[in-house]
Design a binder for this molecule. Sequence first.
Ligand SMILES: O=c1ccn([C@@H]2O[C@H](COP(=O)(O)OP(=O)(O)O[C@H]3O[C@H](CO)[C@H](O)[C@H](O)[C@H]3O)[C@@H](O)[C@H]2O)c(=O)[nH]1
Length: 364
Amino acid sequence: MHYLVTGGAGFVGSHVVLALRDAGHSVVVFDNLSTGHRAAVPPDVPLVVGNLSDQALLNTVMENAKFDGVLHFAALSLVGDSMRVPFTYLRQNYLNSLQLIELCIHHAIRRFVFSSTAALFGTPEQQPIMEHATVNPGSPYGESKFLIERVLHWAETIYGMHSACLRYFNAAGSDPMGRAGEDHRPETHLIPLAIDTALGRRPALSIFGADYATADGTCVRDYIHVTDLAHAHLMALEQIETRSVTYNVGNTTGFSNLDVIRAVERVTGRNVNWSWAGRRQGDPATLIAGSERLRRETGWIPRIAALDDIVETAFRWRLTHPEGYAAPLPAMSPATGMDMPAIPLGADFPLPGAAEEFYRPASP
Ligand SMILES: O=c1ccn([C@@H]2O[C@H](COP(=O)(O)OP(=O)(O)O[C@H]3O[C@H](CO)[C@H](O)[C@H](O)[C@H]3O)[C@@H](O)[C@H]2O)c(=O)[nH]1
């Protein structure tokens, strides 16, 4: 099969590109490299550098290659950031995806895999979170992803386009063969930050919130190895031959932020210098996936399920890529780095008083 992968130079997208190729498919990556990396795309995979909002370019790409399906990753994806610039998130994620889906219908592309998120459940009443749990996004990021799920619903109902909405829990780790890894700039995710702190590349790590209703007071998350997540996409592609599907994709086990620090200390053999900080706005206390539907319907099983093993792959990639992907990118917020005219952070509206302190960009 021949697939177009938007955002294929990013963390999850680049691992899915590897999985697709390992399975014998051919791939074209479409990415504006605002947060992704040229070096994350294998040299023999065509990379179209462009903005999703550039419909003429996308149209040309689709005209020149007959794609069997599209896998759509390109998006702004930081929960905390979306609380600062909500309309930037809603506008870019929703409008770009809407246009992409319309173009797919225009070009009779009938398979669409969408990177959705656990963030659309907000603060769920029950754990683990099943697909039928109430959708109640706790952030503009989660809301933007849910809006796209609704577009896909109508794309199927009216045009017969089959889609898979994969609601990721916390993607982590790196390709076990060392071909790709996690390199966000700035980095905001717990595992890579804790690893860099253990390695002395960062002076300290802040843990956001000590007073959540969890066993140790810190947030609990379900970490899913990015390669297992990538394989879920292959499974989903098989399913959407005949119908549309929605799956929660996680390990079904929760780890607190302190559990993660301890895992990083075990794996690296070093201490993580951390301290308490206030809550980060938009963070729910606990997100644990109920992934039975995916397992039952597709046979998918996470292969790198233990937290230490997930951390180990991330650690190994960091050791072999101390600067991440080669050329350093200019420091930028993902919210201003995408393809709409640059909007300064916080420019949606002035932030209400204390909101500023909830977003803590990683110290250089
Ligand atoms: O310096 C830090 C960074 C993170 N955290 C905490 O670590 C936990 C995990 O945070 P991450 O930033 O690593 O991940 P998120 O849970 O915020 O978000 C991830 O998972 C979400 C779904 O659960 C979305 O998919 C989102 O795009 C993806 O980044 C949270 O409690 C967060 O507050 C800290 O304490 N200190």
